[in-house]
Design a protein around this ligand. Structure first.
Ligand SMILES: NC(=O)c1ccc[n+]([C@@H]2O[C@H](COP(=O)([O-])OP(=O)(O)OC[C@H]3O[C@@H](n4cnc5c(N)ncnc54)[C@H](OP(=O)(O)O)[C@@H]3O)[C@@H](O)[C@H]2O)c1
Length: 229
């Protein structure tokens, strides 16, 4: 049975990924910063809820200790933030910018490193970074984006980090890919977004099911189409 671990699974896209994975009959580990407030996650049949603050290396190591010896087929680094501060140069706030980089770019690396033994021990060996089209340098340049300075930059950094770790981890048979989930109706995406969390999650998991080590380093839309860097 496929074992999937999803970070930030207490709400939004992470919760929908956990619900969809469970419906597929997969074993699901969902993480939350505060499991005491993760009732929707806990209500998913058979789910295992673990505590994780992806910003903290200690928290990542504690998770790894708790999961020692358990193979993880698919790790989805979904946890992310989009701060209101530091959207442009005028409102640039170094602390808010660094906090965004910490969660969106550093966090996925800390989690992946901590859980590497679990991933290596699995049959699928797949790491998915939930990135964003907002991280596309090509689109930013071609379409004259002014954007959210902190958020866009954090996802570009995640994309680069993903290529670099993908190039080295593919030698161990591990595929690391970055996936844009679409514009999704969550606390982050807002009510006007195009996709429900359920539609985004179902499409992401359909794409994930087709991935193998030959896709290592890819940057994909939720429906599996390649995205411009
Ligand atoms: N929604 C969109 O349109 C959209 C578009 C492109 C990309 N994305 C990406 O998709 C992912 C999920 O977004 P979403 O829309 O579902 O956002 P959301 O509704 O705001 O949920 C974010 C999730 O991440 C968790 N989280 C934040 N910081 C964390 C940390 N340091 N450690 C552990 N968990 C943390 C949150 O936990 P708490 O409940 O504890 O805060 C929550 O579970 C993010 O990476 C986001 O950048 C979203």
């Amino acid at each position: 049975m496929t074992m999937i671990l999803i970070t930030g699974a207490n709400r939004g896209i992470g919760l929908a990924l956990a619900q969809n994975a469970s419906k597929r009959g997969w074993s699901v580990i969902g993480t939350a910063r505060d499991p005491g407030k993760a009732d929707k996650l806990k209500n998913i049949p058979g789910v295992r809820v673990e505590r994780l603050d992806a910003d903290s290396d200690d928290s990542c190591k504690a998770l790894a200790n708790s999961l020692a010896g358990s193979p993880i087929d698919i790790l989805i680094n979904n946890a992310g933030i989009s701060p209101d501060k530091s959207k442009n140069l005028e409102s640039f706030d170094p602390e808010a910018y660094m906090a965004c980089l910490r969660t969106n770019s550093v966090g996925p690396l800390l989690v992946t490193r901590a859980l590497l033994p679990n991933i290596e021990a699995s049959g699928r060996k797949l790491v998915v970074q939930i990135s964003s089209i907002m991280g596309s340098l090509t689109n930013a340049a071609d379409q004259n984006w002014k954007g959210n300075l902190a958020y866009h930059s954090s996802k570009s950094a995640l994309n680069m980090a993903n290529i670099l770790i993908a190039n080295s981890l593919k030698e161990k048979g591990i595929a690391c890919v970055a996936i844009h989930p679409g514009w999704v109706q969550t606390d982050m995406g807002g009510p006007n977004a195009h996709l429900t969390p359920d539609a985004s999650a179902a499409s992401i998991l359909d794409t994930v099911e087709k991935l193998s080590v030959k896709d290592a380093g890819a940057y994909l839309n939720y429906d599996g189409k390649p995205l411009p860097w």
